[in-house]
Design a protein around this ligand. Structure first.
Ligand code: A3P
Length: 301
């Protein structure tokens, strides 16, 4: 695999969102839809599924290290995570599509990332009984992280100020649709699809080592205690922030002067953003939207 030359990517104006199968999307995630829909999964594929900003990069890197060893920790020239773990539905000008990158992955298993809500996942993943690791993050921190991401990422829609973004989040009009349906849709899937591990960002922050162990036992990996400890150390926030493989510093359409990709990595940062009125409004909407699901989140640890 060659390193991607993203500098050749033509930058266009920030995209608009539109309704796609009932979900707010930008063309970057729908232009290649026929290929995405017909993507051929394999039984040993591992699909990493998340709502944007829930800890995708974190769990991707953990899995990368668990499967393909510690080389990435030591080798500065290793490929960045977005090449090691292709983003299935992505289609950015000047770069191979997510499906092309996944088709060309030489690894076994293939680690593949998606932000699609469960109902839009290509059916071959279910037919092949591929493993899925889903990571969910509490709505308040997820919204804050998404706001800062949209500020700095020029291929995302313009977020406006925090309140404008929050109102959009409450209406479920962000790219990849409502957070509520995403986390509860995948939670429902877990009830009938046994190859799905449902994880929480808050658990990973609370005790990364424990969650690495959980991943190992769920995936049937017999990684030694020493190796697990080494990986747990290598995936701490400060280490990943310095690491070029994971910090996204090589992506030209992200403006780190506005906000870094590895921003804070905390549970409870929402308290620095929500006014009391916004918090009350949020809790009210949350109660309504989440009344039919049993999935529970922690907004502090
Ligand atoms: P913040 O913006 O709250 O800092 P994704 O990879 O899905 O885009 O998620 C990005 C979020 O995960 C960012 O949250 C980022 O800082 C956080 N993150 C990434 N690696 C992390 C780590 N090792 N520990 C804690 N948080 C991490």
């Amino acid at each position: 695999m060659e390193n991607l030359d993203l500098s050749s990517m033509k930058l266009v104006d920030r995209p608009e969102t539109f309704d796609f199968e009932g979900i707010s999307m930008t063309h970057y995630f729908t232009d290649n839809w026929e290929k995405v829909k017909n993507f051929q999964a394999r039984p040993d594929d591992i699909l990493i599924a998340t709502y944007p900003k829930a800890g995708t990069t974190w769990v991707s890197y953990i899995l990368d290290l668990l499967y393909f060893g510690n080389d990435a920790l030591e080798c500065e020239t290793s490929l960045p995570i977005y090449m090691r773990v292709p983003f299935l539905e992505s289609c950015f000008q000047g770069s191979p599509t997510g499906t092309e990158m996944a088709d060309n992955l030489p690894t076994s298993p293939r680690l593949i990332k998606t932000h699609l809500p469960v109902q839009l996942v290509p059916k071959s993943f279910w037919e092949q009984n591929s493993r899925v690791v889903y990571v969910a993050r509490n709505a308040k921190d997820n919204a804050v992280s998404y706001f800062h991401f949209d500020r700095m990422n020029m291929v995302q829609p313009e977020p406006g100020d925090w309140n404008k973004f929050l109102q959009k989040f409450l209406k479920g009009k962000n790219v990849f649709g409502p957070w509520y349906d995403h986390v509860s849709g995948w939670w429902e899937k877990k009830q009938t699809y046994s190859n799905l591990l449902y994880m929480f960002y808050e658990d990973m922050v609370e005790d990364t080592g424990r969650e690495v162990e959980r991943l190992c036992s769920s995936l049937g990996l017999s990684t030694s205690v020493e190796e697990r400890e080494k990986i747990t150390k290598g995936v701490q926030f400060d280490t990943m922030k310095q690491n070029q493989i994971t910090n996204h510093s090589t992506i030209p359409f992200m403006d780190f002067k506005i906000s870094p990709f590895m921003r804070k990595g905390k549970v409870g940062d929402w308290k620095n953003h929500f006014t009391m009125a916004q918090n009350e409004q949020f809790d009210e909407v949350y109660k309504q939207k989440m009344k039919n699901t049993t999935v529970m989140f922690r907004t502090e640890i």
